[in-house]
Design a protein around this ligand. Structure first.
Ligand SMILES: NC(=O)c1ccc[n+]([C@@H]2O[C@H](COP(=O)([O-])OP(=O)(O)OC[C@H]3O[C@@H](n4cnc5c(N)ncnc54)[C@H](OP(=O)(O)O)[C@@H]3O)[C@@H](O)[C@H]2O)c1
Length: 278
């Protein structure tokens, strides 16, 4: 047992609230990074077709000796794969790379509002879900107005919405919309790729509690109920980021960190990001 709480998704599937993200982990180093994460106790891996490292994740899972149902694997549909034929072919490619017959969660990575139609793409994810190739399906980087359109024209409500959330981008409007519709929010770049770790408010709370700024920031996300999967290729940090469940922030700490919001993104704006690889 890892001690990581599990959150119930809207279709009854449980997701570990803390996972390990592999964005920007080089393909050749991914198996080792994921092996380290498993040794530390992580049982949830967040990858994507775009990251080019699903095969490393698959290798680490295969070599771990863990049963398939002990590991929660998320992948995401790449931007060039929104059309039905590409989406259906690409999930097969993902499953082959991951060495499994299903992922636990499959997401539309970006809505790409000016390219194709994400509602049609969602209907293909519904097919993938019904075929048992994903235990749950969801979206990523969807704003409330994207979700409203999707919900009005679909049968399956997304299980999660994975969006950028950290103390400098609290993203409250999206989180509240998700909560209203039973969609779990996953917070990507939860420590803003390190940018929030020198913040005096976070540093002061960390000193008082005898914790690190990264632990305090991740704990803030956990106490707000979001799912997180910090990335690190540094073993000591992978261990540090896992030790979140033997301390608590006060309500005042949570409020003080939430008040740091600057509406500052580290990544693209989902309303204008339309990049498709050639
Ligand atoms: N859906 C999307 O569009 C989307 C976009 C971005 C990210 N994501 C997901 O979210 C995951 C996490 O986001 P992210 O990788 O962008 O950023 P992040 O987890 O917020 O930060 C990762 C960076 O912080 C450093 N770091 C990690 N732990 C630390 C610690 N305890 N102390 C100091 N520095 C630390 C890492 O360095 P080292 O690795 O060098 O140790 C790395 O440079 C990704 O891996 C991916 O799975 C999704």
């Amino acid at each position: 047992m890892t001690g990581v709480p599990r959150i119930l998704l809207n279709n009854g599937v449980e997701i570990p609230q803390l996972g390990f993200g592999v964005y920007q982990v080089p393909p050749e180093g991914t198996a080792e990074a994921v092996r380290t994460a498993f040794e530390v106790g992580y049982r949830h891996i967040d990858t994507a077709q775009m990251y080019g490292n699903e095969a490393g994740v698959g290798q680490a899972v295969a070599e771990s000796g863990l049963d398939r149902d002990e590991v929660f694997i998320t992948s995401k549909l790449n931007n060039g794969n929104h059309a039905r034929d590409r989406a259906l072919a690409s999930i097969e490619e993902s499953l082959a790379a991951l060495r499994t017959d299903h992922v636990d969660l499959f997401l539309i990575h970006w809505p790409l509002p000016d390219v194709g139609d994400y509602v049609e793409t969602w209907h293909v994810l519904e097919e993938i879900y019904r075929a048992g190739k994903a235990r749950a399906i969801g979206v990523s980087n969807f704003q409330p107005h994207h979700l409203r359109r999707l919900l009005a024209a679909s049968e399956v409500v997304p299980a999660v919405n994975q969006v950028e959330v950290h103390p400098y981008l609290v993203n409250q409007e999206v989180r509240e919309f998700d909560a209203e519709y039973g969609i779990v929010t996953e917070a990507w770049s939860p420590i803003a790729q390190g940018k929030v770790l020198d913040d005096p408010v976070i540093v002061a709370i960390a000193r008082r509690l005898g914790r690190t700024p990264a632990q305090v920031t991740l704990r803030w996300a956990i106490q707000r109920g979001d799912v997180v999967f910090p990335k690190s290729v540094t073993r000591a940090r992978v261990e540090e980021n896992f030790r979140l469940f033997d301390f608590e922030l006060t309500a005042d700490d949570v409020a003080a960190i939430s008040a740091l919001d600057r509406h500052e993104r580290t990544g693209p704006d989902p309303d204008t990001f339309n990049y498709v690889p050639s």
